[in-house]
Write a protein that binds this ligand. Structure first.
Ligand SMILES: [Zn+2]
Length: 307
């Protein structure tokens, strides 16, 4: 049995997971905004979770930002968890783990890929690409069964693939990154613009959610359909480029935007296949992630199993 921990902006979640991927027990706690309350909340939760169970053999941690996998040191982490920068996650949770229990940590997108490799959509796969389509776009790339980390731990940041060299400025410092065109934030901002400009649309809220825009498009709203088509065109273009570079067995999509279901998948499949069939001579499957694991604890546990 291993421990899987997911450190998010608002909540910290953890689970005891068996080797076959069953969650034995799980818990969550508020992340807290202060360093002291973060450590206290996390460690109290981990103590309570392990109470009455046999000792865990390893722990895996998923965390946003850039993490040094071997040392578990947080290298870069903007936002509310900024105070974790420079800290070693294994040192923070060490006091509540069994003696000499190994700890590994990685960013949330690579954790998700580790989970899919162990128990999900990449189970029988050596080469796969995964995109997490949410507020922003994250990603992970698996080549020959290894999840790529790169020289500085940045590999897999598919959301920052340049899809328009002269496009809008991105938070990463570059211009025209994929996530400035395709992400929940980008789609929501397009939705808000059409409401603000008084275009004929079913959207009524001045600040529509990404899901509102998809729902309106599905219900025949031509303005919203155009927003989705344009955004998805950038996503498909980026995926097509990745297929030519990496030639994977499959592409896995996950994250809140995939709740749009067939509408999104049908558009992406059709467009990606049109772009890539002549060179690849096969339709690379584009599938949804299989782990019902919105908390990320299973992926973190899968990473722990590699220790
Ligand atoms: Zn960027």
């Amino acid at each position: 049995m291993v421990l899987g921990i997911d450190i998010g902006g608002t909540r910290v979640k953890a689970a005891l997971v068996s080797e076959d991927g069953r969650t034995i027990s799980s818990a969550q706690a508020p992340t807290g905004t202060q360093p002291a309350s973060f450590v206290a909340n996390l460690n109290n939760m981990l103590r309570g979770l392990q109470d009455g169970h046999p000792p865990v053999t390893a722990a895996g941690i998923g965390c946003k930002g850039i993490i040094d996998v071997s040392s578990t040191k947080v290298l870069t982490l903007p936002g509310s968890l900024h105070h974790l920068e420079g800290q070693q996650l294994s040192t923070i949770i060490g006091p509540v783990l069994p003696p000499r229990c190994p700890v590994i940590a990685d960013n949330d997108a690579r954790i998700a890929m580790a989970g899919e490799r162990q128990w999900g959509a990449a189970r029988d796969c050596q080469d796969a690409i995964m995109l997490t389509l949410g507020t922003g776009v994250g990603g992970a790339v698996m080549v020959n069964g290894q999840i790529l980390r790169g020289t500085g731990g940045i590999a897999g940041h598919i959301g920052h693939l340049t899809v328009d060299p002269d496009g809008p400025k991105c938070i990463c410092g570059n211009r025209g990154c994929l996530e400035t065109f395709f992400s929940a934030l980008a789609i929501e901002s397009e939705g808000a613009t059409v409401v603000h400009r008084g275009l004929p649309t079913q959207l009524t809220n001045a600040n529509p959610t990404c899901q509102d825009v998809f729902t309106a498009a599905r219900n025949g709203d031509a303005v919203c359909l155009r927003i989705i088509q344009r955004a998805t065109n950038y996503l498909s273009g980026a995926i097509a480029g990745l297929l030519f570079v990496l030639d994977p067995e499959r592409v896995i999509l996950t994250g809140q935007i995939t709740e749009a279901g067939d509408m999104l998948f049908d558009m992406v499949r059709t467009d990606v296949h049109q772009r890539t069939l002549p060179l690849l001579r096969r339709a690379v499957p584009i599938v949804k992630s299989q782990l019902s694991d919105p908390s990320g604890t299973l992926g973190a546990a899968a990473l722990a199993l590699t220790l």
